[in-house]
Design a protein around this ligand. Structure first.
Ligand code: SAM
Length: 247
């Protein structure tokens, strides 16, 4: 049926694509993608021949109009991003909103996502996580945001690029409790995949120990805020004595 299919694509390993995604990409009339060359590589790898057009951060509004025109003429369109799930730290949300507002169905095809992939192999047991995405580039705003996240008991999930990894890990280590666990997941599903856990305080030194550790794409996970410290036994005993005296 006429619809926009939101299709998750691999994070690196081209085999990480679902059967349903392949069937859908083969059957649609066009694919809206962030970077046509990047997506063409994926489509070619799977022998899929379909027209592709660009829908990225800088043309999302006009590309969304084009999408709606195509849907109006009865076409079926897939939306993909360069990697992982569209609209997750990626373009897509505005196009999806426009398509829904125009009354066409939006059908999601689940698949790879860097945050979930990192969480699945991190071994952190907080029952909740908070997806914080990319922290602000400016130091002041970045630190403010880290401070705001500090009290949460949930695992914090960040995305980071190689040119900011050192600054971000340094700020996390400086502003959050040093005994929290940091998991650095880099190059997930790729040749140089690495997933390392350490006390947060050791993050900066871990990165500095080997230049290769600062390369590639990163998911950073930080375990949730430690529970508030218990009162010392003596304080509890005194408190009980005082409570006994109360009427
Ligand atoms: N839409 C994507 C998703 O569903 O995860 C995220 C796109 S966002 C523009 C790119 C960021 O995702 C990278 O800077 C990195 O933080 C993370 N990322 C993407 N691929 C990754 C990979 N193979 N390994 C580690 N992190 C990755």
């Amino acid at each position: 049926t006429t619809a926009l299919y939101v299709v998750a694509t691999p994070l690196g390993n081209l085999a990480d694509i679902t059967q349903r995604a392949l069937d859908t990409l083969r059957s649609v009339d066009a694919v809206a993608c962030e970077d046509t060359r990047h997506t063409r590589h994926l489509l070619d790898h799977h022998g899929i021949r379909v027209p592709a057009f660009a829908l990225h951060e800088h043309n999302e509004a006009t590309a969304a109009q084009k999408l709606i025109e195509l849907l109006t003429t009865g076409k079926r369109i897939a939306l993909v991003s360069d990697a992982g799930t569209p609209a997750i730290s990626d373009p897509g949300a505005r196009a999806v909103a426009a398509v829904r507002a125009a009354g066409f169905p939006v059908i999601p095809l689940p698949g790879p996502n860097a945050a979930i992939t990192a969480l699945s192999a991190a071994g952190l047991d907080d029952p909740q996580f908070l997806f914080a995405g990319f922290l602000p580039a400016k130091a002041g705003a970045r630190r403010q945001q880290i401070e705001a996240l500090r009290p949460l008991a949930a695992t914090l999930v960040f995305y980071e690029a190689p040119h900011r990894i050192n600054e971000t890990v340094a700020d996390l280590a400086a502003l959050l409790e040093p005994q929290r666990t940091l998991v650095i997941a880099r190059e997930l599903t790729k040749l140089f995949e690495q997933i390392a856990s350490m006390p947060l305080a050791e993050g900066p030194a871990w990165l500095a120990a080997d230049g290769n550790r600062q390369r590639g794409e990163f998911v950073l996970l930080v375990s949730g805020a430690p529970p508030a410290p218990e009162l010392p036994a003596e304080a509890l005993r005194t408190l009980r004595l005082l409570l006994d005296e109360l009427p």
